[in-house]
Design a protein around this ligand. Structure first.
Ligand SMILES: Cc1cc2nc3c(=O)[nH]c(=O)nc-3n(C[C@H](O)[C@H](O)[C@H](O)COP(=O)(O)OP(=O)(O)OC[C@H]3O[C@@H](n4cnc5c(N)ncnc54)[C@H](O)[C@@H]3O)c2cc1C
Length: 432
């Protein structure tokens, strides 16, 4: 197993359950990948915010199998839309009916599009359509301009008009169905954060005889006669008759030089954007909302996530994610610039917050944080089973149109574990 993120660990766990001998090699000094925690001045918390939604069935199954289902908590949450200095409550029918952001026709069209999207089983017909076109056709151009344009451009920059509608619609459906009732959104978290899941996976893997080598970057997948025979990692050679590789796809062609050129080209063609994710610990709450979308020409982030409005904590914890392609000149700015700028934005959202209320701030950076799923992306994803016998490759874009997420990673992990040494063909797409 290459990579000890949530998907790699889950694949190791399921492969052990199926009776395989498993070794995991991980480049980082800790397990967890994107879901890993850090010490935030005495608080163990995710480097990158993580929440759970009601449709995340593979997560629930994994929690059951690990015996930690009782650590899952649900909490009523709300969303805000901060538009040019005014906070609007969002995300439920009453807020939509009463908002001054949209006119009655816009409300009707937007409400209908979002509601119908949350009820749809498949978005196959949207796979080759751009999100911009889909929203403009469904809700109207003015709604796209008022609610979406700024968010899309602050997440995808030059690629904002080139994002798949199926991908956006799947996100809308996941959040739209995470509700206690039509009027109340409800999101989940794990007591102790996503580290609870990571720790349980690591413990289960080790208890079942699996080995996890941290600080052990895979350097090369060795092959003979078209089949995997070993993984060179951390200066050692780990013999293997099957390899599941879960590192971001941009690393794959370098890691497996024996792949045919066409496969390498396919991995290399998958683009990602990065994230610089600032997290602030504050004395005062910023807003009552878990998630606030921001539409303001003077604010360069698409929103903030007030995590302490989901997972109860002693202080306010708020994430400010700066997504951007890594060729953006801002990517190389120092951490302090992101901390100061995002804290300034937080003070705009709530002017009662002063510098004295800021306890501490940290920055997490990830170069491959979000695959860029353009219209027609499904045809770009290589098969999970590679032309090299015994080698399976998948990262967070392989369960497109679903967005990157622990749940779909767990589902795909099980599929890949089932395919080890068998005729099972791992299913890329979920079955609804
Ligand atoms: C900002 C942000 C917010 C998110 N929010 C949510 C959320 O709210 N809910 C949710 O479900 N999901 C969320 N996710 C997504 C979720 O974290 C991922 O889907 C999941 O953790 C991915 O797991 P993975 O194992 O596929 O990949 P990763 O976590 O990327 O794991 C890959 C691992 O491979 C390792 N690696 C890389 N190169 C090598 C090498 N050469 N040798 C060995 N190891 C290597 C990496 O160090 C890493 O540990 C979020 C992600 C981000 C970035």
């Amino acid at each position: 197993m290459i990579g000890a993120g949530a998907m790699g660990l889950a694949a190791a766990f399921y492969a052990l359950q199926l009776g395989h001998e498993v070794t995991v090699v991980e480049a980082d000094s800790q397990a967890g990948g994107m879901a890993a925690h850090f010490d935030f001045d005495g608080l163990s918390i995710e480097r990158f915010y993580h929440f759970i939604c009601k449709p995340d069935r593979p997560t629930f199954a994994l929690l059951e199998e690990l015996g930690i289902a009782d650590r899952l908590r649900w909490r009523p949450t709300s969303m805000g839309y901060w538009v040019n200095g005014v906070m609007h409550k969002w995300g439920d029918p009453i807020s939509l009916l009463t908002t001054s952001l949209l006119n009655p026709i816009e409300k009707l069209r937007y409400g209908a599009q979002m509601f119908l999207t949350s009820k749809r089983k498949s978005f196959d017909d949207l796979e080759t359509v751009s999100a911009k076109r889909w929203i403009e056709q469904g809700s109207g151009r003015s709604v796209y301009d008022k609610l979406w344009r700024r968010l899309m451009s602050l997440k995808f920059y030059q690629y904002a008009d080139d994002v798949s509608a199926a991908w956006i619609a799947t996100r809308v459906r996941r959040i739209g169905n995470s509700r206690r009732s039509l009027f109340q959104e409800e999101l989940g978290y794990l007591e102790g954060g996503s580290q609870t899941l990571v720790d349980a996976l690591v413990a289960a893997i080790e208890a079942n005889g699996g080995k996890i080598h941290l600080g052990c970057p895979a350097e090369r997948v060795e092959t003979q006669d078209g089949a995997v025979i070993a993984v060179a990692a951390g200066g050692r050679l780990f013999p293997a008759d099957a390899v599941i590789c879960t590192v971001p796809t941009p690393f794959v062609s370098g890691l497996v030089p024996d792949l045919p050129q066409a496969s390498k080209d396919a991995y290399d063609a998958i683009r990602n954007i990065g994230v610089v994710c600032v997290v602030h610990k504050l004395r005062k709450p910023v807003s009552p909302h878990f998630w606030v979308n921001i539409v303001d020409q003077d604010v360069d982030i698409p929103g903030v996530i007030e995590f302490s409005n989901l997972r109860p904590m002693d202080h306010t914890v708020v994430y400010a994610p700066y997504y951007m392609p890594t060729d953006n000149p801002k990517w190389t700015a120092p951490d302090k610039a992101f901390i100061d700028e995002s804290f300034g934005y937080i003070r705009r959202l709530n002017p009662q917050i002063t510098e004295a209320d800021r306890l501490t701030s940290k920055v997490g950076r990830l170069r491959y944080a979000q695959p860029l799923c353009e219209p027609g992306f499904a045809a770009k994803i290589p098969p999970i089973r590679t032309p090299i016998r015994g080698l399976q490759v998948a990262d967070t874009c392989f369960y497109y149109p679903e967005d990157r997420g622990v749940s779909e990673g767990a589902r795909l992990a099980k599929e890949m574990a089932l395919a080890v040494g068998s005729d099972h063909i791992p299913r890329r797409e979920p079955v609804f």
